[in-house]
Design a protein around this ligand. Structure first.
Ligand SMILES: Cc1cc2nc3c(=O)[nH]c(=O)nc-3n(C[C@H](O)[C@H](O)[C@H](O)COP(=O)(O)OP(=O)(O)OC[C@H]3O[C@@H](n4cnc5c(N)ncnc54)[C@H](O)[C@@H]3O)c2cc1C
Length: 367
């Protein structure tokens, strides 16, 4: 039996960031994680710090995303200082390519709508000439793009690794191979893993797709579902793309990652040739120089999706000290999770700015 200030359940990017952020403040923290056998979005994602289209229709999400992007340099710097790991943050702006006039118009409308709803992210439309100056190898089929200076990308595996080792550096315990069975409450929390018991006054449920089962144990609701995405990776290439885009990016190591499929197929992580062919074709149209590149890896992974695609953060009304935390933008929101959400959890209350992320919002359409 071990006692902590905070137990975080789920060692993906969300749980890792919250645990690291709390330990950085001096809290004793246990990060309980099922481990590599779990469906784990944190190990299969695209690595974007993506601002420009996040929060359409939900201004608090747009504001939270922008705040996270602003906090990202501090997160990356702190991790590098504490762990020696450079997470490869590059935040020089992101491009959303438009392959037709209709796509261009739809993007322009989205930017205008988000500007009216939430003040905008600084995104603007750029035409072909400006785009060609930014991406000299751009294909003829791309008519323009949306450019947002706040967008960027990072290496998500290095981020996950540095959050875990950074936690250990602050005296916290990263405990893989611990699948939480149950959570008991008697004013404090007893988290059960087989015969082991972990005690704390505060618990954060950040178990990705495992959260749906755990949340009701402490009076919370996390109705998350899987949404598959497939990713295609080339061999390492000479620099050809200086900006992150929503469908293709060149990593800090030179590989080119492609993919933005969204497949509602349950817990199925098989890759499929037709989807990979579509991904490759679309990106060849964007960057014809990829024609001769060899594909060295492909994979599929499951996003952790809420019914409206926006995050859930909430403190339990019936089990004070229990918090939920989930989203489908764990890279983008890592700055906010580590440097804003974790301090709020340790202070015992979420700020009013996060009230909109209460899972009770899903009851309204049902009612
Ligand atoms: C294809 C794809 C592309 C993506 N691209 C991006 C992107 O470009 N930018 C971005 O910001 N986000 C992206 N994401 C989303 C991002 O990866 C996720 O938001 C993030 O990883 C979610 O982290 P998580 O910690 O909630 O979940 P996960 O990473 O799934 O981690 C959940 C953890 O909980 C643990 N767990 C589950 N049940 C239990 C239990 N009972 N007890 C203990 N531990 C448990 C598991 O072991 C796992 O480690 C992408 C996701 C996918 C799939």
């Amino acid at each position: 039996m071990r006692t902590y200030d905070l137990i975080v359940i789920g060692g993906g990017l969300v749980g890792g960031a919250v645990a690291w952020g709390a330990a950085r403040l001096g809290a004793s923290v246990a990060l309980l994680d099922e481990g590599d056998v779990a469906f784990r979005a944190a190990r299969g994602n695209f690595g974007l710090v993506w601002v420009q289209s996040k929060g359409a229709g939900m201004p608090p999400y747009a504001h939270w995303t922008r705040r996270s992007a602003e906090l990202w340099p501090e997160l990356a710097g702190s991790l590098a200082e504490a762990t020696g790991v450079d997470v490869g943050l590059r935040q020089n702006g992101g491009l959303a390519f438009c392959f037709s006039e209709a796509e261009y118009q739809a993007r322009e409308d989205l930017i205008a709508r988000m500007h009216n709803e939430s003040g905008g992210s600084g995104a603007r439309m750029i035409g072909r000439a400006e785009l060609r100056a930014m991406v000299p190898g751009i294909g003829d089929g791309v008519v323009g793009a949306a450019f947002c200076p706040a967008d960027g990308h990072a290496n998500p595996l290095k981020l996950l690794r540095s959050l875990q080792s950074g936690l250990a550096g602050f005296g916290g315990d990263y405990l893989p191979g611990r699948t939480v069975d149950a959570i008991d409450y008697d004013g404090g929390f007893t988290v059960r893993v087989g015969a082991e018991r972990f005690l704390a006054k505060r618990v954060v449920i950040a178990a990705g797709l495992g959260s749906r089962r755990l949340a009701p144990m402490v009076g919370l609701s996390m109705p998350v579902s899987p949404l598959k995405g497939q990713i295609v990776v080339t061999e390492r290439l000479a620099p050809l793309l200086d900006y992150a885009t929503h469908v293709i990016r060149q990593t800090d190591e030179g590989s080119v990652m492609m993919g933005d499929s969204q497949e509602d197929v349950g817990f199925d992580i098989r890759t499929t040739t037709p989807i990979m062919r579509d991904i490759a074709a679309r990106n060849l149209a964007a960057l014809p120089a990829l024609r001769d590149a060899n594909v060295v890896r492909v994979w599929a992974a499951l996003r952790v999706m809420t019914p409206d695609g926006c995050p859930i953060y909430e403190q339990s009304a019936t089990h004070p000290g229990a918090f939920s935390a989930t989203c489908h933008s764990g890279v983008t929101l890592a700055g906010a999770h580590a440097l804003a959400l974790a301090p709020a959890v340790m202070a015992g209350a979420l700020p009013a700015s996060l009230a909109a992320f209460n899972a009770g919002r899903f009851d309204v359409p049902q009612a």
